[in-house]
Design a binder for this molecule. Structure first.
Ligand code: SF4
Ligand code: SF4
Length: 344
């Protein structure tokens, strides 16, 4: 199964259009590529998060002492770019902030719904600020998906008593009923028109903890060297609260160690979301090519099931790129993947 999946990914890597890897393409071309390949745009409404989870870089990097909002101008810039291409994939508030900690989030969600009627609007939240009134705002904006994480105290992530206590508090505050979804640690939240689910994370090496671009120490990954290709900078576009366009969702602009992963700056006048997607080209090429991945990617195990030696090679890509039926099959595969991603 894994062999077949890798072969499929190798085929896709070698049939992707060369324009995706060029930093000198015109605006219309990059818009077309964005429309075809981007599956999710992920932003932060502000920098603040009320928690400092031990497995998150927020345990070391301060996201609590001040609240800096994404400016209205910046949010408008992102929204109008997506509106202009009738964006119909995921638009997510996630990353290293708690979206519902600031009231401006709810106004912006409503605005995004109005301007991006075909996009799938998604929020990932720790649920701490959720109550009945906020739930009504989410419902009024027709939020498509609410992904909640119920964080139990360190060392008690699998303590039945802690789970019971936290679930009861959450249900009393929100009026939602959490119904097990085949597993004790995964729930469907009933009592709202929003599709809401809640997980109870317990991160460790065995359950796939991320080093977050090397910021989180995972002893078992100290000597790990990633070689697998990564398609993230092809499919996802990530913008921090301050307008910095990031390599992927694993990295953050407020970590000095991630300075090389800041690819663009949308706060710059005249610099658009599409400029940023174009400027991802060199990193995109390095990440779909064979060989060891360096810098913030070295210890990254995220989606590392991909191909290595069979990843994109210029000679193979050049030959396959001239065989039109093959490139059409590659595009067809991309469309299927996008549709599947939207249904998740
Ligand atoms: S994991 Fe989420 S809730 Fe915890 S500190 Fe990080 S951003 Fe905040
Ligand atoms: S390898 Fe990891 S850190 Fe690098 S782009 Fe992919 S997901 Fe991000």
């Amino acid at each position: 199964m894994r062999v077949m999946r890798n072969l499929g990914k190798s085929f896709v890597a070698n049939t992707l259009p060369a324009d995706l890897f060029r930093a000198d393409i015109d605006d219309e071309t990059v818009r077309g590529l964005f429309r075809r390949y981007v599956r999710q745009v992920e932003i932060e409404n502000h920098n603040y998060c009320n928690r400092t989870c031990s497995f998150c870089p927020n345990a070391q990097l301060d996201r609590r002492s001040t609240t800096q909002l994404m400016t209205d101008e910046l949010f408008e810039k992102i929204l109008s770019a997506l509106e202009g291409i009738r964006y119909d994939q995921m638009f997510i508030w996630a990353r290293y902030h708690e979206p519902m900690a600031h009231p401006s989030f709810f106004d912006r969600l409503a605005e995004a719904r109005r301007r991006l009627p075909h996009a799938q609007l998604v929020v990932i939240s720790n649920g701490d600020y959720l109550d009945r009134a906020k739930l009504e705002l989410l419902e009024a904006s027709k939020l498509d998906r609410l992904w909640l994480n119920l964080y139990l105290p360190d060392g008690k992530e699998r303590d039945p008593g802690e789970l019971d206590r936290a679930l009861r508090q959450f249900q009393a505050r929100t009026g939602l009923v959490c119904v097990e979804d085949g597993s004790k640690w995964q729930y469907n939240c009933e009592g709202t028109t929003v599709c809401a689910t809640m997980g109870v994370p317990h991160y460790s090496y065995a359950t796939g903890i991320s080093t977050r671009g090397g910021l989180v120490t995972v002893p078992e990954l100290g000597a790990y060297q990633r070689r697998a290709a990564c398609f993230r900078p092809l499919h996802s576009v990530v913008v921090d609260f301050n307008g910095k366009g990031m390599l992927c969702c694993e990295v953050r602009s407020d970590a000095p160690e991630h300075a090389t992963a800041v690819i663009g700056d949308l706060s710059r006048p005249g610099y658009s979301l599409f400029d940023f997607y174009r400027d991802l080209a060199p990193a995109r090429l390095a990440l779909v090519s064979p060989g060891p991945k360096t810098g913030v990617c070295r210890t990254c195990t995220s989606v590392d099931g991909g191909p290595d030696r069979t990843a994109r090679r210029p000679a193979v890509a050049s030959v396959l790129g001239r065989i039109q039926p093959l490139t059409l099959v590659g595009e067809w595969g991309t469309k299927l993947e996008r549709a599947a991603h939207r249904r998740k």
